[in-house]
Design a binder for this molecule. Structure first.
Ligand SMILES: [Zn+2]
Length: 109
C-alpha cells in the first residue's frame, strides 16, 4: 500500500512518460484513472539487503531511489498492488530510468 500522495503534475509526468499505457497490463490508460505504483515496493526502502538484491537483479542505477520518477509507474487502480515485483510477473523489465527522457517530460509541465 502506497503511503505517498502524488501531486497532479507528478501524476501527469509519470502518465505521459509511459505514453498513457498501464505499465502492468499494457492497456491504454486515461489520466483520470491513473494510479501510481512502485516498481520496487516501498516496504523494501528500509531493507537495504533486499533493495540491493533487487537493484542488482533489475540492473538499476546505484543511486536508484524508491520514491523517485524511475520507480513510479502509471497503472489502473485494478492493476495496482496486484503485479508487484516477486510474483509471476517478476521478470517484468525494469522501467526506463533515463535521466534525459525524464528531464524532457518534466520540463514540459
Ligand atoms: Zn492495467
Amino acid at each position: 500500500m502506497s503511503q505517498r500522495k502524488f501531486t497532479n503534475p507528478e501524476r501527469f509526468a509519470i502518465w505521459k512518460h509511459h505514453r498513457a499505457v498501464c505499465y502492468w497490463c499494457g492497456e491504454p490508460l486515461r489520466l483520470l484513472e491513473t494510479t501510481i505504483d512502485h516498481f520496487i515496493p516501498e516496504r523494501v526502502e528500509n531493507n537495504s539487503e533486499e533493495l540491493e538484491e533487487l537493484r542488482k537483479r533489475y540492473g538499476l542505477a546505484s543511486n536508484f531511489a524508491i520514491n523517485d520518477y524511475s520507480n513510479w509507474l502509471p497503472c489502473h487502480d485494478r492493476c495496482n498492488n496486484n503485479q508487484a515485483v516477486g510474483n509471476s510477473r517478476g521478470s517484468q523489465l525494469a522501467p526506463s530510468h533515463s535521466e534525459e527522457s525524464w528531464s524532457k517530460d518534466l520540463s514540459a509541465l
